[in-house]
Design a protein around this ligand. Sequence first.
Ligand code: TTP
Ligand code: MN
Ligand code: MN
Ligand code: MN
Length: 409
Amino acid sequence: GSIAAPNTWACQRITCLQHHNPKLTTALEVLEKHAQLRDGNSDYSRALAFRKASCVLKSLPHTLTDIHQLRGLKDIGNHSAQVIEDILEEGFSNEVEEILNDPWFIKMKLFSSVFGVGSAIALKWIERGWEKIEDAQNSNDITSDWRVQWGLAFHDDLTSPVLRQEADNLLEVIREEATKLLPGVIVEIVGGFRRGKMSGHDADFLLTHPDEGSEIGLLPQLLQRLQKRGFLLAGQAEKNSFTPGVLKKDFKLSMKGQLDHFEKWIGIMKLPKSFKDKHTDPSSIIMPTPGSDPIDGSLDYQPSRKKAKCGISGLSPWELSRTERAWCARRVDLIISPFSQYYYGLVGWTGSKHFNRDLRTYSQKVLNMKVTSHGLFDFTKNQSIPAHSEKEVFDILKLPYHEPWQRNC
Ligand code: TTP
Ligand code: MN
Ligand code: MN
Ligand code: MN
């Protein structure tokens, strides 16, 4: 018989981290990754098809044993169905095994694991004949992109998973410093950790204040304080570029669909190794800073979209990474939201990425609404609709409320 999930949209279904079909979803996500790397920015549709199929399997209430149990589900395309059938019948998929053993795929995955490196740069590196991270590290013909420089120098640190305990400890530090600057500030862990993951590729924090406007100017001051305490390694601040009306305009649904206009800092922090294994009293921590103090216009918060860089003077990223150190380099995103956009921002920055994408497509196709991390525009009513809680976002979208840990599609 069919055990097809009745709900067509991923944002209508409950999808938890632990589910009944990990073998199948892991295989489908290899195909998704392969499609992403192969097609780059030119074509999301192939990758999306595999993600959709994987997502359906994650929401099933039992382990799939027969392909016919999927009959009637529109999110399982022919290609995915074939792969699922192979695995159910043979125990493995030839296509997936071949990809996993493909030297091109292995190199693409390796190179795109570097912060700041996407499929275009990874491809270039392969064309140069590079095979290992060391080949890129040893090259003096490397891009001047600060992310790639730091990403290469600290590749080992940055590809070892960030633990929940580290994110929790950092949350306390950020809360402490932000509260000194702006009492009443709200600081939330978002991203994968909010969805219940025990590790992630970075830590994401969303900040706001109920007194709209009081959050303006917080980020540069917060960065300065974190810098003083030795937490910043490198990063880039971006100013808020949201303009009212953007919700109505620009009603094109990019499959990527993730860029937002919040003021933010995208960077790399130095977290004490002690953050990994225990709760640490945040006020007791002052980071050891090898070399001298930070330089390079770092904290100069650039008022335009110009890029600001942070660094430590004296030592190059590479030299710094080789020093004896009691800290680990970790990717961190700090996002500032005006309170009037906060609950949409919270949903957007909680993810998952596919949940967001599905939510946007669903809103457009079913409700004639556009939803972003900044708000929601109802094209039928020709007005934007505010939300005062996460639950209200779901209500407005006529969706059952799902907790963050149920949004792991
Ligand atoms: P990520 O940190 O990229 O992803 P993640 O936290 O879900 O996964 P990981 O544990 O590996 O870090 O992004 C955090 C969430 O924010 C993600 O679910 C989607 C959303 N997002 C945006 O809304 N805008 C953006 O520009 C990016 C990069 C992500
Ligand atoms: Mn990358
Ligand atoms: Mn994250
Ligand atoms: Mn992130």
